[in-house]
Design a protein around this ligand. Structure first.
Ligand code: ATP
Ligand code: PRP
Ligand code: NIO
Length: 477
């Protein structure tokens, strides 16, 4: 990953320079969390941690960066010197990539010199918000597709090449099986996949010749695009002619792609033609502005589809294009003493959770069935039974008692100043982890429309700390 240290908002530099001149000795603790889930879903699939770790490992400023920052006439030389010899000195804990995460849960916590932790805000949010957004959208799309593979086809419609490439990575975390983006495939070990464009068909005198020439060049990879002229009258009959020749020559025909029109009707007609011609194994791929709802509708109609190619709606999360993850100060440390902090704003919804925390997933005892999450202070031991309170400050009936449970902590240590090399899982291992974690949460929480809310609680101790800080600031009384 390139050095992205300058991808930050000016105010992070302004504050960092200010800390250097004022409270330079203090440590900061920041949490990353979100309040709202895209597409009115109930959870987000966390993604982007590998790029966070790599960007932190590579965080530095070169001579031209320092010269530019100096030219702004905003910063003191002692701050520019600090940047010139920047040495990462923080600890990062995070919920592993692929995990379903719920509102208000700290996905990532960073502790270290206030100046450093402040400087990372924009970059870390930019990475995690983007990849988690796309992984979440991909989870919805692949959920709708069921066992049918979904290829990521979005590079041309992504918001630029970088979003295309990291978006493809996130799409695989969310369940896609391959990508047409060759750089993403190379970089992250994702199978590269693809068919052909209409240009190939148009470039030859007629459709049959185009298919034949393709089959000559790629006899074992003939997935033919059949909708350039007429799917059922021309495209599929021509494909069948080519498949017959391929079969005679000992090759296994791959299938067809339909990219326009009423996909259900066309796929039904195509399936019948292929089956009648003796090609029941030829696969039918659908594409064309697909998303989770179109896929559900197609499959609900019984469309005989084997694969999906999904581009623009996935790579841009078109129906809900923002994940508003935030980076909030949870504590500062002065002379080795942790001082919890809270952000109070006009809206109670925006109240933050103070202190160093851990998130626990609670399971029915002895099972893999999760029923709630609890956010606790890091140094507290969970009671049994446990008195908990809804994490959403706007919730009614906030108090709850949980008798028995197995608790599994979600945040893990990923990086610290003395251990800059962390083994990071490969993208398909993350996908596997994601599927396992999804299998543990209730089906009703996973459905696409009006999903059931998965309860997220805070412990009494954390609630008391929050109240204490609120009382001190004399608000919401
Ligand atoms: N049976 C179906 N049920 C629901 N949605 C469908 C069905 N068939 C196709 N769609 C979707 O409807 C949308 C519009 O399809 P349409 O064929 O009109 O696309 P188009 O982009 O206008 O066509 P073209 O690609 O030829 O320009 C696409 O998102 C497509 O995937
Ligand atoms: O629709 P998406 O989900 O983004 O899937 C990728 C699309 O990209 C290609 O079309 P292209 O960009 O060539 O143009 P088209 O929309 O005219 O088919 C392909 O034929 C798909 O339709
Ligand atoms: O390979 C394909 O079929 C493909 C790739 C990108 C976009 N649309 C289609």
């Amino acid at each position: 990953m390139d050095n992205l240290s300058m991808v930050t908002d000016l105010y992070e530099f302004s504050m960092a320079n200010g800390y250097r001149q004022t409270i330079d000795e203090e440590q900061g603790v920041f949490d990353i969390f979100f309040r709202k889930v895209p597409d009115q879903g109930s959870f987000v699939i966390s993604a982007g941690l590998e790029q966070v770790v790599k960007s932190l490992q590579n965080f530095h400023f070169d001579e031209s960066d320092i010269t530019y920052l100096r030219s702004l006439h905003l910063f003191k030389e002692n701050f520019l010197d600090y940047l010139k010899t920047f040495k990462f000195d923080c600890q990062v804990s995070a919920i592993p990539e692929g995990t379903p995460v719920f509102p208000r849960e700290p996905m990532l916590t960073i502790k270290g010199p206030l100046l450093q932790t402040q400087l990372f805000e924009t970059l870390l949010l930019s990475i995690l918000n983007h990849q988690s957004l796309i992984a979440t959208k991909a989870r919805r799309i692949t959920y709708a597709a069921g066992k049918r593979p979904v290829m990521e086809f979005g590079a041309r419609r992504a918001q630029g090449p970088e979003s295309a490439t990291y978006g493809a990575r996130a799409a695989v975390i969310g369940g896609c099986t391959s990508t047409s983006n060759v750089l993403a495939a190379k970089k992250f070990g994702i199978p590269s996949a693809g068919t052909m464009a209409h240009a190939w068909i148009e470039a030859f005198p007629d459709e049959l010749t185009a298919f034949e020439k393709w089959a000559e060049v790629y006899p074992d990879n003939a997935s033919l695009l059949v909708d350039t002229y007429d799917v059922l009258k021309s495209g599929v009959p021509n494909a069948i002619k080519v498949f017959r020749k391929l079969k005679q020559a000992g090759h296994q025909p791959v299938g067809i792609r339909i990219d326009s029109g009423d996909i259900t009707q066309l796929a039904r007609g195509a399936r019948k033609l292929l089956d009648d011609a003796g090609f029941p194994d030829a696969k039918i791929t659908a594409s064309n502005a697909l998303d989770e709802h179109v896929i559900q509708s197609l499959l609900g109609e019984g469309a005989p589809l084997d694969n999906f190619g999904v581009g623009e709606k996935l790579i841009t999360s078109a129906s809900s294009p923002v994940l508003s993850g935030v980076y909030k100060l949870a504590a500062i440390e002065q002379n080795n003493q942790l001082i919890p902090k809270i952000k109070v704003s006009a809206s109670r919804e925006k109240l933050t959770l103070p202190g160093l925390k851990q998130v626990y997933r609670l399971y029915y005892p002895g099972t893999k069935h999760a029923f709630a999450d609890v956010i606790a202070l890091q140094d507290e031991k969970l009671d049994k039974p446990i008195d908990v309170i809804k994490a959403n400050p706007l919730a009614t009936k906030r108090d709850h008692m949980i008798d028995d449970y197995d608790a599994v902590p979600l945040q893990e240590k990923v990086l610290d100043a003395t251990n800059l090399k962390t083994d990071l899982p490969a993208v398909f291992d993350i996908q596997k982890h994601s599927k396992e974690m999804l299998a543990e949460i209730p089906a009703a929480t996973q459905r696409l429309v009006n999903p059931d809310e998965f309860p997220v609680y805070i412990t009494q101790k954390l609630a008391n700390l929050q109240d204490e800080l609120l009382q001190r600031d004399k608000v919401f009384k």
